[in-house]
Ligand binder design. Structure first.
Ligand code: FAD
Length: 465
């Protein structure tokens, strides 16, 4: 057989987990080789977080240009879809992935373009365009991510698209049908609704946006419906037929068959770990339920020099989780004894019309754990900056310990919830109390003041409520 090349730390996959692990391992003195079969940046940068947020942004601008606003500004926006697509790809995605490639180069990370599979616990086979090579590694990090789940009766192709296809449709659909109203389906359904599509979301559960409570999702769902969106819940998708101009979905509600016809169908019913394509059966790496690789709190698998992280291990499939785990694994390989993955206040965000963000405990979780918790709220309607932005919808919710006032959790619905939530994660991670927040001067007028106001409510001393 071919001679194997000796390498130090090898990383499979250049998504947010893999590229962050590569840079950090290099910073900590490791000799790093990164293997990627596709584009640098993985799902998140190329076909996930970033291009979806770019389209969502176009949707907000387009909707603003179409709707009457309360300040008497007339706009009649016309969208050049090709230009929007071009901007998304070249000024957003390519700019960012190019930046990551530069950072990898700066840190002397060797990049191999190819598909890696394990031969055994020590060697990888990498299939490249012009042949293949064997690598014998000291340490490996598996950051090979996940892919959309395909339902056999709704095979991707033609007018039936996955989360990748929906980001690059040839036109703005007249009527987009979405099977699966989770975060990805709701975000992209919302974006196309704002872009002028009629959108029908068909969901199996009795609610969409699972993971966020009803009080949080209510303003989002009300807005979506007011804007012409349709949501069908407790619905079982059965199959779809397509012609060259449309696609018809058949689904069942309460034992009754229904159909809906649109011009595109997005199937977004979850993601599956890519652990089945890595030759892991040639190793002693344990793969558990749902194809998730089992790891300890240093991201170490059942083979002590093979690590795994990101979407291919347990936990929410989120880019910031993958990145954090990448730093943990890189530190662990480099001998940092305190490297561990706590996941104490892992925030999650939905970029819907009104953003939803949560960190730490929720009203349901404190109930389930029987914690002695206090829930305090402050509405954006009482925040000057929000009103000046015509964005006085939503609220901040703080969950504190009734005795110590320590921050346990927080939820935000409303403007910039995605950015505001970090202050509350910081508070939770550092054991801060509601007084620590309320006694910190927040600049006026800002959306962040609503956090200070909510903390004052928690102190029993609300000024603006
Ligand atoms: P990935 O990003 O999946 O990267 C894995 C890489 O490994 C890929 O590039 C793949 O080509 C490569 N690979 C796999 N197998 C091999 C092999 N055998 N050899 C070589 N290379 C291989 N998360 C958020 O936190 N915020 C968001 O707003 C958000 N929005 C999203 C929107 C959409 C539409 C989608 C689909 C996802 C979104 N996510 C979001 C989820 C986020 O993209 C993932 O959690 C994240 O990309 C996982 O990172 P990762 O490093 O584990 O793997």
């Amino acid at each position: 057989g071919a001679e194997a090349t000796d390498v130090g730390t090898v990383i499979i996959g250049s998504g947010p987990g893999g590229y962050v692990a590569a840079i950090r391992a290099a910073e900590l003195g490791q000799d790093v080789t990164l293997i990627e079969r596709d584009d640098i940046g993985g799902v998140c940068l190329n076909i996930g977080c970033i291009p979806s947020k770019a389209l969502i942004n176009v949707g907000h601008h387009y909707r603003d240009s179409q709707e009457e606003n309360p300040f008497g500004l007339s706009m009649t926006g016309k969208l050049d879809w090709d230009k929007a697509q071009d901007w998304k790809q070249h000024k957003v995605v390519d700019q960012l992935t190019g930046g990551v490639a530069m950072l990898l180069k700066k840190h002397h990370v060797k990049i191999i373009k190819g598909e890696a599979t394990f031969n055994d616990n020590e060697t990888l086979n990498v299939v490249q365009e012009d042949g293949h090579q064997l690598l014998r590694f000291e340490n490996a990090i598996v950051a090979a991510g996940s892919r959309p789940v395909e339902i056999p009766s709704l095979k991707f192709g033609g007018r039936i698209v996955d989360s990748t296809g929906v980001l690059s449709l040839p036109e703005v659909p007249e009527h987009l049908i979405v099977v699966g109203g989770g975060v990805i389906g709701s975000e992209l359904g919302g974006a196309y609704s704002n872009l002028g599509s009629k959108v029908t979301i068909v969901e199996g559960l009795d609610h969409t946006l699972n993971g966020f409570d009803k009080e949080m999702t209510k303003p989002v769902l009300n807005d979506f419906k007011k804007h012409g969106g349709e949501i069908v819940t407790s619905a079982m998708a059965k199959g779809a037929t397509q012609t060259d101009k449309d696609v018809t979905l058949t689904y069942e509600v309460d034992g009754k068959e229904q159909t809906v016809t649109g011009d595109y169908l997005l199937v977004s019913v979850g993601r599956r770990a890519n652990s089945d394509t890595l030759g892991l059966n040639n190793t002693d790496v344990k793969v558990g339920d749902h194809g998730l690789i089992e790891v300890d709190n240093q991201m170490k698998t059942s083979v002590s020099h093979i690590y795994a992280l990101g979407d291919i291990v347990a936990g929410p499939a989120l880019a910031h989780k993958a990145m954090f785990e990448g730093k943990v694994a890189a530190a662990a390989i480099s001998g940092a004894s305190n490297a561990h993955d706590l996941h104490y206040s892992l925030p999650a965000v939905a970029y819907t019309q009104y953003e939803l963000a949560t960190t730490g405990e929720t009203p349901e979780s404190v109930k389930a754990k029987d914690l002695n918790a206090k829930i305090s709220k402050f509405p954006f309607a009482g925040n000057g900056r929000a009103l000046a932005m015509d964005a006085g919808v939503g609220f901040i919710r703080l969950i504190t310990d009734k005795d110590s006032n320590a921050m346990l959790g927080a939820q935000i619905v409303g403007p910039s919830a995605s950015d505001l939530i970090s202050e509350l994660s910081l508070a939770i991670e550092n054991g801060l109390t509601s007084e620590d927040i309320s006694l910190t001067i927040h600049p006026h007028p800002t959306l962040g003041e609503a956090i200070m106001d909510a903390a004052e409510v928690a102190d029993g001393l609300g000024i603006h409520v």
